[in-house]
Every structure is written in structure tokens, then in C-alpha cells.
Design a protein around this ligand. Sequence first.
Ligand SMILES: C[S@@+](CC[C@H](N)C(=O)[O-])C[C@H]1O[C@@H](n2cnc3c(N)ncnc32)[C@H](O)[C@@H]1O
Length: 254
Amino acid sequence: MKSAHDTHVTRQFGPRARAYVDSAVHSQGADLARIAEIARQIQPARAVDLGCGGGHVTYAMAPHAGETIACDLSDDMLAAVSEAAASRGLDTVGTTRCAAEKLPFDDACFDMLGCRYSAHHWQDIDAGLREGRRILKTGAPAIFVDVVASASPLLDTHLQCVELLRDTSHVRDWSEAEWRAKLASAGFSIQQVSTWRVRMDFPVWIARMATPEPLANAIRLVQDSAPEEVRRHFEIEPDGSFMLDMALFETVAG
Ligand SMILES: C[S@@+](CC[C@H](N)C(=O)[O-])C[C@H]1O[C@@H](n2cnc3c(N)ncnc32)[C@H](O)[C@@H]1O
């Protein structure tokens, strides 16, 4: 049975499934190219995409994998991924509805794991990472991509605030240091970390999640009253567009 938080995530994302398949921010990026490159190099028999959303990690791994399983809490997301995979001729893609924190798979049954822009929604990231490690063979690559918070409490609080107002199922964007500690304690050995920034176009960012107008207006108020350090860090523009910090953690299951 889904927890109340997981039900809230599903309600937030389900109706937005097609928007996440079509999203330019989600369907592009050097991070996806890197995931595809790793899959091409190792040719995994079985790959898994945790919190697949619109399925872009699945589509990056599937051409190189024997089988790719896209996992998500949302049936609507999984239906959209099945349809998009079929239209791309990716007939080795399967889907499983599950929470990252409780994966319905045997120990050591996957050869590669991808997880992008999902972990900040998990109510128990440590459990999700432990589960990810459990289902992987030792030595298998696991790639995690997410928005990362700054080490500065001022910037961190601003980020979590606008994220929560935009999507009330937001849990936490973890900092790079928090990610490193969590990955290590779940049994992943970090090989490489890359960071970059992505511009969030405010109207597109709000429309993708169908943020109610009062909450979108609250974000603009928070941005307008933010101190100069915050405005500078996030490069907040007159229409509310701003820059988000991203990180890719290239790890292997230790
Ligand atoms: C922003 S989308 C993911 C984007 C996608 N991975 C990509 O690369 O484009 C976030 C997804 O995480 C899923 N999700 C959130 N919490 C989850 C959890 N605990 N377990 C599994 N999926 C979860 C949501 O349903 C949503 O589809």
C-alpha cells in the first residue's frame, strides 16, 4: 500500500506524464549521453531506471541493454514510458510500479542502474539507495543525477522553499556532501562527480508541474524579497527564471 506521501507524489506527477516525456530539460543533456555511453561500454544484461518519470534514462540505456526496467510510483508515467518506448522501437523495455524504497526485485539481479531527478522526491533516500545497492551485482555501475543544494544554509533554504512551493511533494534537494555520504553508506563507491547548471525558464517550469497560481505568485514574492547573495547565486531574472545546480554521481556497487 502506498504511503500518503507516495500518493501525493503520484497525484502530482500522474497528470503530468506527457509533459515529462516531452520536456526539453528532461529529454536532453550531457548526463543522458554519459549514461548511454556507460551502457554502451558495459552492455548490461539487465538495467533498471529508478523513478523513471518520462523515461529518458530508460531510452538512453535500452539500446545497449538486454532488458531495461523502468520503475516509478506513477502508473500514468509508466504507461507514457511504455508508449514512448514502443514508438522508438525499444521493445526490450518493461515497467514496474514500485517505490524506490521497497523494490520488488531479487538481490543482485541488475547489471546497471540509472536514477535521474527523482531522489529529491523520496521520503527515505537512505532506504532507496540501500535498495538500489541490493538489487545490483557487485561492480555494477550506478549513475545518480539530481538537483543539488548549496552548502550555504541561506542558499539551501531558498532552494527548498521555491521547490516546495512549485511542487508540494518536494522532499529535499541534497547537497553534494550529503549525496557523497549517503552513497558511501549505502555501499556505492564514487568514481567521478560532475556538476553543471541548467536554466529553469519560469513559465515552463511552473506549467510542467501545473503549479497553482497562488503558489507560483508566492515563488515570485520569495524571489523578489531574496537578498542579493541569493539573487546572484541563482541568477534570478526579471520573470523568475533562474539557474539550478545539478550533479551526476558516477558510482559502482561496492
Ligand atoms: C522529475 S521525474 C523523473 C525524471 C526522469 N527520471 C528523467 O530522467 O527525465 C520524478 C519521478 O520520480 C517518481 N518518484 C517520486 N518518488 C518516488 C519513489 N519514492 N519511488 C519511485 N519513483 C518515485 C515520480 O513519480 C516521478 O515520475
